[in-house]
Structures are given as C-alpha cells and as structure tokens.
Design a protein around this ligand. Structure first.
Ligand code: UDP
Length: 240
C-alpha cells in the first residue's frame, strides 16, 4: 500500500466534448465534477496522502498554441492555464467534501498559496489533497517534469500517470497499430531506449536518476485508481 502518491492529470480530462465531437477544449464543470468524484471515492478510507499535478493542454500548450510568439511567453501562458485548471479541480473536489489546497509555482496570492515544499507536506499530513498549479514556474518544461519534480520533493512513493482509454504502455500506439504489444513492466532504461510513450524525456530521465517508480494506467476504468491507492498492480509499472 502506498503512503504518499503523486497523480498526474492531463488538462484534457477537464474538457467537455467539443460541439463537432472532436477532442474537447476548455473546462467543463460537469466533466470536472465527475473526475473529482472519481478521485474522492477512490481515496475514501485508504489513508493515502494525495498530491495532484494538473496539466493545461485543454487550454493552451506553448509549442502548439504559441506559434510566432516568444516561446517563453507562450509557455508562461500555458502555466497560467494550469492554475485555472487547478482552481476548477479544487472547486469540484471540495464539492465532494474533500479538503484541498492549491499551491502555485507562480505567485498568485489571491487564488492560490505559493508553493512551499514543507507546507505542501504539512497539508498532505493533515489529509488535504494538494493540487499543484503553475507547472515548475519555468518555461521550456511540461507538467510531466512538474510531476516528477514535485513527487521527489514531497517524497512520494510513485508517480501515477493517468491516461484516458489507454490502459498502459504498448510498444507502439494501439490506436494506430492493432498488433501493438502490451508492456506489463519495464525499467526506466528500457523506456528510454525503446522510446516508449510514458512521459517526456526530461521527466523520464529524472525518474530514472532518482529511481522513482511510475505507473501508467487508465483512470476512467472503474476501480483502477482505488486499486492503485490500495497498492494493487494496475496498468504498466516502470521501475529500475
Ligand atoms: N508549462 C511550462 N512549464 C512547466 C509546465 C508547463 O512552460 O513547468 C507550459 C507549457 O507551455 C505546456 C503548458 O504549460 O505546454 C501546459 O502543460 P502540459 O502541456 O504539460 O499540459 P498537459 O498536456 O498535461 O495537459
């Protein structure tokens, strides 16, 4: 059983369906409420200390949306997007009765606490879910690196990389290749060498250097998140 866990959520998990049925955009209160319920129910009675890093891809990705802009500015816009997501998730989680704190890497005193490592740990010890917004507070990174960095800082046992409709890691994209082979476990080095899709290379290297286990799993498969919190094997496990 895990004591402390870092859960990485993509910003897209908060988006509603687009009017044309394609990939969603923005923040849907209904979708966010469903996700919050799923997390609170999974957590109930487990005693697991949970920290969440939320991405911003539903609103803005520096490299995709900021074409023609100063790349650093484009990335800062992306980081601000993650704070919006963090606030939406906080609102939805507190509506389920789960106390939370949003901590932002970019100071925004009116809406979020500043990220202070020891304070984050204190919140976790008190049973609050800590939601990290603002990424690393530095451009040229993604929230994958934030997940790894914060997990190491707070002493998390594992990084849970939540996916939608993908139940773990394959040797190629199962949505494009019907012969894609499922991978149950792999070492960090194998993931690097085989270029398996787990998280971006900077984040993965940090996990490898610090020996931090990663689980890639489908968060929307009923029961998966709770089983993980209880220490059961779900999805693909990456460890050294
Ligand atoms: N970002 C950044 N530094 C960070 C984290 C995020 O510059 O430490 C910016 C970057 O532009 C990124 C955007 O914020 O594209 C949204 O984050 P991400 O793409 O990781 O979101 P996700 O795909 O997980 O929803």
């Amino acid at each position: 059983m895990f004591k402390r866990v870092l859960l990485k959520l993509s910003g897209e998990f908060l988006a509603g369906p687009a009017p044309d049925g394609s990939g969603g955009f923005g923040i849907s209160p209904e979708t966010t409420a469903q996700l919050a319920r799923l997390i609170t129910e999974a957590l109930e009675g487990t005693g697991v200390e949970l920290a969440i890093v939320i991405g911003g891809g539903n609103l803005w990705r520096g490299a995709r949306n900021g074409k023609g802009m100063d790349p650093a500015t484009a990335d800062y816009i992306g980081m601000l997007g993650t704070v919006m997501n963090a606030m939406a998730l906080q609102d939805a989680m507190e509506a389920t009765g789960q106390p939370t704190r949003v901590m932002s890497a970019i100071q925004m005193a009116a809406v979020a606490e500043p990220y202070i490592r020891r304070r984050a740990i204190r919140h976790l010890e008190k049973g609050r879910v800590v939601i990290f917004g603002g990424g690393n507070g530095a451009p040229f990174f993604t929230t994958d690196t934030t997940s790894t960095l914060r997990a190491l800082e707070i002493g998390a046992d594992v990084v849970l990389m939540a996916k939608n409709k993908v139940d773990g890691v394959y040797d190629s994209d199962p949505r494009k290749n019907p012969d894609a082979q499922w991978i149950d476990t792999a070492t960090h080095l194998e993931v690097v060498e085989r270029r398996l899709e787990v998280m971006d290379a900077t984040a993965l290297t940090l996990c490898m250097d610090k020996n931090l286990p990663i689980v890639v799993f489908d968060i929307f498969q009923p029961g998966n998140l709770r089983r993980l919190f209880l220490g059961e094997r779900v999805g693909t496990l990456i460890q050294s």
